[in-house]
Design a protein around this ligand. Structure first.
Ligand code: ATP
Length: 423
């Protein structure tokens, strides 16, 4: 279809309503233009007269406080207007956070530290985005910490990461991500190494809090923390641990009364716990869709999103790779050296000899250059992906955002996450 033959349809939205649509069909794009009034996408304002493009996989809700007219071009799989949205409740929560920021300014204390929790697919990442965008629109500079290793919205899956949000997210590219602080976990779920997960959360919390102390503007803007949807058993304990390490002031619980009541019971009374409804627009994702979203994040890391990137592919000699994985096989308690606990093996660095077993695996390049450094708590410089292994020549072929060679001394950490490079 040529641009001219793509049908355009106008949608008139009343006050406090939203236009929701999904694009599922492969290689499809839809453009949306704000014709009249004002509207926003998860907290980022649309500019009148500008066409925004959305592609396959997009699940979008364009909300208006005062009413607007939108023009949509292209085929969507689902499209409807909803008047039932929790946006006013979300706005009220933002206003409460803003009051806490004002109080922090007056008293020269740290701004609000908020943890967003809830089961999978309730809109946790979306709510974080709304809070961060609203804060940025008020000239705040909040820190965004994403401790959901499953999706990795700021880095790649298997990592936890944080960024300073200085301006609202771009509608098509998300938050600007220069220099995120990234720690390696290496698994899709914290449960696969909870000792390591706890350790990196503690480190991220420490860095987040101390980095805020020195700058008043940053200090009072606060921190928004996104979590994973693992809310039962050990998952619940890891939420309590994160709340404690980050010294959170408020926990927003999306859509689960049980979790809300458990938190009310278990967190100190000075922490406010707020139950919020999920938006009816949030779409549940199947296991396959989650897998595709993970692949999409990694593809974007190497190949870019709307602005393309051109990664490099080159060979690395096995002998030149200082490759480790985190976590050794457990020893029976009777074989442990004195003073060592059985869970200590989970945070041990184990050398890995390159072999065909590492094919398609993601590898993190640590800033650590020596085993004397605290490798587990040192941040990550970037990632490579193993796209070929040649045992005869003893080389691996890697996909890398940087041209050869790899930094010579840096320690490489093997991740469980795999990516099939189909380019
Ligand atoms: P996870 O379990 O992976 O952590 P989550 O709880 O963080 O998921 P989100 O990622 O925020 O959930 O939302 C899931 C999907 O629903 C996203 O694609 C998002 O764009 C979409 N979505 C969120 N809110 C709405 C809405 N009001 N209308 C339509 N789609 C929405």
């Amino acid at each position: 279809m040529t641009e001219e033959t793509i049908t355009a349809k106008e949608y008139k939205l009343d006050v406090e309503s939203e236009l929701r649509f999904e694009i599922e069909t492969k290689d499809c794009k839809v453009s949306v233009e704000l014709k009249l009034g004002s509207a926003e996408l998860f907290g980022t304002e649309l500019v009148k007269g500008k066409a925004y493009e959305f592609h396959t996989g997009a699940k979008v809700a364009i909300f208006t406080y005062r009413g607007c007219t939108l023009e949509v071009r292209g085929e969507t799989d689902v499209i409807y207007i909803s008047r039932e949205t929790p946006m006013i409740q979300y706005l009220n929560c933002h206003a409460a956070l803003e009051q806490m920021r004002e109080k922090a300014e007056e008293e020269d204390t740290l701004g609000p530290i908020a943890l967003i929790v809830g089961p999978t697919d309730v809109g946790k990442s979306t709510l974080c985005k709304i809070f961060l965008n609203y804060a940025a629109r008020m000239n705040r500079r909040p820190l965004y910490c994403d401790i959901d290793v499953g999706q990795g919205t700021l880095s790649v899956p298997g990592m936890i990461a944080s960024i300073l949000v200085e301006r609202p997210a771009s509608l098509t590219e998300g938050f600007s991500q220069s220099a995120p602080l990234v720690y390696h976990h290496g698994h899709r779920s914290p449960s696969e190494n909870s000792a390591l997960y706890k350790m990196i959360i503690k480190k991220m919390a420490e860095v987040a809090i101390t980095s805020r102390e020195s700058n008043k503007g940053l200090k009072t803007s606060g921190i928004i923390i996104n979590t994973c949807g693992w809310v039962k058993g050990a998952g619940y304990k890891s939420l309590l641990h994160a709340a404690e390490e980050f010294q959170v002031d408020v926990i927003f619980v999306l859509d689960q009364e049980r979790l809300y009541n458990e938190l009310l019971r278990d967190v100190p009374s000075k922490v406010k716990v707020v139950l919020l409804p999920k938006s009816g627009g949030v779409v549940e994702r199947s296991k396959t869709q989650r897998g595709e979203a993970r692949d999409g994040r990694i593809r974007e890391y190497f190949y870019g999103g709307r602005s393309p990137l051109y990664p490099f592919s080159f060979d690395v000699k096995w002998a030149d790779m200082r490759l480790y994985k985190i976590g050794a096989p457990a020893l029976p308690a009777s074989c442990l050296p004195i003073g060592m606990k059985p869970e200590d093996h989970l945070t041990k660095l184990v050398p890995v000899a390159p072999s065909p077993a590492i094919l398609h695996h993601l590898i993190s390049i640590s800033f650590a250059e020596s085993l004397e450094d605290d490798v587990l708590c040192t941040n990550i410089m970037g990632f490579i992906c193993v796209t070929g292994v040649d045992p005869e020549r003893q080389v691996v072929t890697v996909l890398s955002p940087q041209p050869r060679p790899l930094p010579p001394n840096n320690i490489l950490l093997l991740s469980d996450i795999q990516f099939m490079d189909s380019h």
